[in-house]
Each structure stands twice: as C-alpha cells, then as structure tokens.
Design a protein around this ligand. Structure first.
Ligand SMILES: [Zn+2]
Ligand SMILES: [Zn+2]
Length: 339
C-alpha cells in the first residue's frame, strides 16, 4: 500500500546515501520521489509544487520526523561560491563519527590536528600551509605513527572526500562539508575561536571583518554583498564601509589574512592565551606580505552576540543551474594597488 509518507522515506534514503548535495539536486530528488510514489499509485494524495514555500515546508516535515533521532537535514551557504548545500547532520556528534567511517584512528588523529591548526590559526586566517600541515605529524604531544609522505597522501584524501579545501596557494581550510557535518564538533571544541557571521549567524571562516579595532562585525562575502547593496556603514559600529570586499577599509577573514611568519608559529590549545609557549620554527612563508595590514582585534572571536540582526537576508538572487560543481577555494583577490 503506497501512501504520501513514502515520499519522505524515499527522499531520506536518497540523501543518506549521498552525503552533501546541492540545493538544486536535493530539489530534483524530492521531485523524483514524488513521481515515484505517484507512479506506484496515481490516486495517492501527495502535495508538491515548485515553490520555495513548498520546499521549506517539505524540509520542515523531514526534520520533524528526524527530530527524535538527533538528525537534521541542514543547509549551509558555501563561503566561496555562495551556493546552498544540504547534508544530513548528526546534531549530537561531537566526536567526528562521519570522518571515522572513512579513516582509521591515527588518520582521524591527524585530521583533528589539522582542524586544530585551522581553527587556531593566527589573525583569523582559518587556514594552514602545506608545510605546517605536514609538520603536525611530529609536532603534537602524542606521537603519530605517520610518515610525512603518508600524511601527504592523507591530506589529498581529505580534500578528495570533501573535508578540506586546498587553495591555489596550497593552503588547507575547512570545506562546506566540514562546516556543516562537523559543526557540533567544531562548536564544542573551538567555541572560543569560532566566528559567526553578523548577518546570517552561520559559522564563518572566509569573508571580511570591520577594520575598526574592537568592532565585532564579520561577514561572509555573499552576506557582505547583499548587505552593502542596502547600507554603506558597518552594522555594529557605523564605520563607513567600501563598496567591494577587495577595497581598502575591510580586513580579510580566511587565508588572505595570513601574514608573513604566521606559519612558522605553531599554536596549540595551551599556547593560544599565552604567546610565550609558541614554538618557533624556521619555515619560509609562502604567502604575500601583509605588513601594511593593521593589527586586528580579537573581538570577533568572542563575538557571539545573540542580538538578532534584522538585516538578515537570504541571498537567493544568484540562481545557478549547475549541480555538484567542485567549489574552488579562491576568494576574491585583494587589489594589489591597495595602499
Ligand atoms: Zn553570513
Ligand atoms: Zn564596525
């Protein structure tokens, strides 16, 4: 006997087997599930329409049925290309069970070490150089039974499986998949370091920061663009803001924030609050010098203001038909003429 609830059941089967997927693909899967149920029994009452409201309602229904299982079909807007992505997230998982299904203990230990270097990176750069990533094999207190070449292969595998992004400059950062599926872990382990976007309140590792020291405003690129179309001043401190993320007047969050020498300093949990224990190592910086950049305040890191910002806006005007494209980790470049 076919009934309307079968749409949800088919849909859940489809997404559980896929991992992270684009909003477009998720919508296509929904439509196909509806068609499959109707093909089995044309008289079954299934509500379906191609509108945002109907989609939101369907997702709400899916999540209501997942509630008792501590799962949520959750979405995130990609920090690089601003496309919306969905994945099934275990809300209670703060121990990386998703990663654990693909890797053995020592590999997970290495992954955690890389995540730590990304989250503790200086200057809100939320990224780690290849050299610093390989250094983690022998840098920690617990000896990892990994060679550097094994670590190199592993890093490639983390990228291939969508857990990490590797930029053109060879820096590793967290992918949308990690920010979505591993958020409970990141939130519980790095609550101090994690930054939220002032506009959408989602986690932020790539974007812009207000230049005024102690101002807590931080935004994704797409949130900045949507906000800047309506207002020209900082929503927190009212400082005049430039038109483009690449103009002078804003500070980068993400790998563009890296400064000379940052990678030579390994940060650990214990050393974050006292700069004395930092371990210096000789490592040539692979990055451009950012010496003109003023020292940023650490304000954003504690900036978990729960104040609801009415300027929140879903960026929906950039519809893109292509599905499942690999996001390239290339945030907008700073203008080299910047003074
Ligand atoms: Zn945002
Ligand atoms: Zn500000």
């Amino acid at each position: 006997m076919v009934h309307a609830g079968d749409v949800q059941r088919l849909f859940l089967q489809a997404i559980f087997s896929r991992g992270i997927l684009s909003e477009n693909l998720a919508k296509v899967l929904w439509k196909k599930c509806v068609e499959a149920v109707k093909a089995a029994d044309e008289h079954v009452e299934v509500s379906y329409s191609n509108t945002e409201e109907a989609w939101d309602e369907f997702i709400q229904g899916v999540n209501t049925s997942l509630n008792d299982l501590d799962f949520e079909f959750k979405s995130i807007q990609d920090e690089v290309d601003s496309k919306r992505l969905f994945a099934m997230v275990n809300r209670k998982d703060d121990e990386l069970a998703q990663v654990a299904t693909d890797y053995i203990a020592v590999e997970i230990m290495y992954f955690k070490a890389i995540v730590e270097q990304i989250m503790l990176a200086r200057n809100e750069s939320f990224s780690v150089s290849s050299l610093a990533a390989l250094r983690e094999v022998s840098a920690g207190k617990d000896k990892m039974n990994l060679t550097k070449s094994q670590a190199e292969v592993l890093l490639g595998s983390f990228v291939a499986n969508g857990w990490l992004l590797r930029s053109k400059r060879g820096r590793y950062s967290l992918s949308s998949r990690s920010l979505l599926e591993l958020l409970p872990y990141i939130k519980s382990t790095y609550s101090e370091e994690m930054i939220e976007c002032t506009i959408c309140h989602e986690v932020l590792t790539k974007g812009v920061a207000c230049k005024r020291s102690n101002c807590k405003a931080r935004m994704h690129y797409h949130c900045f663009k949507a906000y800047r179309r309506r207002k020209s001043t900082c929503p927190v401190c009212s400082l005049d803001w430039p038109e483009n993320v690449t103009d002078d007047g804003l500070l980068p969050v993400g790998e563009l924030a890296i400064r000379d020498g940052d990678d030579g300093i390994r940060r650990t949990r214990d050393s974050v609050n006292s700069d004395d224990d930092e371990e210096m190592e000789d490592e040539p910086s692979q990055t451009e010098t950012k010496s003109r950049q003023p020292q940023r305040s650490q304000a954003g890191k504690k900036g978990k203001s729960k104040k609801k910002n009415d300027d929140s806006e879903e960026e929906a005007d950039e519809k893109d038909a292509t599905d499942e494209e690999e996001a390239e980790a290339t945030p907008p470049r700073r203008r080299s003429t910047r003074q």
